[in-house]
Design a protein around this ligand. Structure first.
Ligand SMILES: [Mn+2]
Length: 306
C-alpha cells in the first residue's frame, strides 16, 4: 500500500509519568484540538482515532534507586507495546499522541518485534534535543523519559528491557539521532561507547540539514520500516515553546520542514511517536499546531511546486 492510502491509527498516551514537569499528559488532546486526524485525512489517509490508552496517574514522587515511578512507567509502556504491536499486525500505521518520551520504550519495542516477525529492517529516526540514553547510575534526575534509547538497547531495569519479549529490543545501530544539543556528562561517554549515530546541532550547522539527513537516511530501502520518534523539544523553542525541556539552538521552521519532507520522500514511514508536547507551557496551542503542520509534511504535504 502506498503511504497515502494507508490506514492510520491515532493512539493517545496521556502521561507525564516519565517527565520532570507535569503537563505532557494533556498532549494528546492538544493534538486533536489542532486537528491532526482531520489534516491527515485531507491528505487521503484513512484515519481512525482509537482514543486514549489508560494507565496510572502521576503520583509525583522522588526517585527510588535511580528511577522515578518505575512501576507506573512499566504499566504505561506495556499498554503502549500491546497497542502498537496489534496495530502493526493489522496493517495499520500507528501514531502515538504523547505523552512523555518514555512511551518510546513500548512503541519501539513493539515496532522492533514487528520487524523481526515480518523480516523488515528497522531504522529509528530520533528527532530530539537530548540523546535520552541515561541509566539509573548516570541520570541526574531519575526521570525515565531520559532513558528510552538506553532501555531499548538493553541498558535498563529488566521490567523495561523485557517489554517487547526479546532483550535487547533492538540495537544501537538502528538509531539516527538528529538535533541533539543537550547531553549529560556520563551519558556523553556512554553514547560514544555504544556507538549511537548522532547528528548533533554542531554537525548540522557545519554540513547543513540536507547533507545530515542524506546521511541519516542512507541505505533506507524497500525493506526498511522507518520509525520516527519526534520529541517536540527537537525544535527551536522560539517556534515551539510548548515543551518542558526547551533547549535553545534547535532547527528553525524551514529546517524542520526539510527534515520532514526528506523523510517523506523515502515513502517508508511505518510508525510515529509525537512526544513531550506540553500544553501547560504552550501559547494558544501554537506548538501543537506546528507539530501537526510538520507531521503533515512527514506524510507528504509539499510546500513547494513538486
Ligand atoms: Mn526525548
Amino acid at each position: 500500500m502506498s503511504p497515502l492510502t494507508r490506514s492510520v491509527a491515532l493512539v493517545g498516551v496521556p502521561t507525564d509519568i516519565g517527565a520532570g514537569h507535569r503537563g505532557s499528559s494533556m498532549g494528546p488532546e492538544a493534538l486533536r484540538v489542532a486537528r491532526l486526524g482531520e489534516r491527515l485525512a485531507k491528505r487521503g489517509m484513512h484515519v481512525v482515532d482509537r482514543g486514549n490508552l489508560v494507565g496510572p496517574l502521576n503520583p509525583w514522587l522522588p526517585p527510588t534507586d535511580g528511577y522515578r515511578h518505575l512501576d507506573a512507567v512499566v504499566a504505561w509502556n506495556t499498554a503502549v507495546h500491546d497497542a502498537v504491536h496489534a496495530e502493526l499486525a493489522a496493517g495499520h500505521l500507528p501514531i502515538m499522541l504523547g505523552g512523555d518520551h518514555c512511551l518510546a520504550i513500548g512503541s519501539i519495542s513493539a515496532v522492533a518485534r514487528h520487524c523481526r516477525e515480518t523480516g523488515k529492517k528497522l531504522r529509528v529516526l530520533w528527532l530530539d534535543a537530548h540523546a535520552d540514553f541515561n541509566t539509573s547510575q548516570i541520570t541526574p534526575s531519575g526521570n525515565i523519559h531520559g532513558m528510552p534509547v538506553a532501555c531499548l538497547c538493553g541498558y535498563g531495569p529488566d521490567v523495561l528491557t523485557h517489554i517487547g519479549g526479546t532483550v535487547p529490543a533492538t540495537s544501537p545501530d538502528v538509531f539516527r539521532q538528529i538535533g541533539i544539543r543537550s547531553v549529560d556528562e556520563g551519558e556523553k561517554r556512554f553514547v560514544h561507547e555504544v556507538g549511537i549515530d548522532i547528528y548533533d546541532m554542531r554537525y548540522i550547522d557545519e554540513i547543513g540539514i540536507k547533507a545530515a539527513m542524506e546521511e541519516a537516511l542512507a541505505d533506507v530501502d524497500a525493506d526498511t520500516h522507518l520509525h520516527v520518534s519526534f520529541d517536540v523539544d527537537f525544535l527551536d523553542p522560539s517556534i515551539a515553546p510548548g515543551v518542558g525541556t526547551t533547549v535553545r539552538g534547535g532547527p528553525n521552521y524551514r529546517e524542520a520542514q526539510l527534515v520532514m519532507e526528506m523523510i517523506a520522500d523515502t515513502g517508508r514511514v511505518g510508525s510515529l511517536d509525537i512526544v513531550e508536547l506540553n500544553p501547560a507551557f504552550d501559547k494558544r496551542n501554537q506548538t501543537a499546531k506546528l507539530a501537526v503542520d510538520l507531521v503533515e509534511s512527514l506524510f507528504g504535504k509539499s510546500t513547494l511546486m513538486r
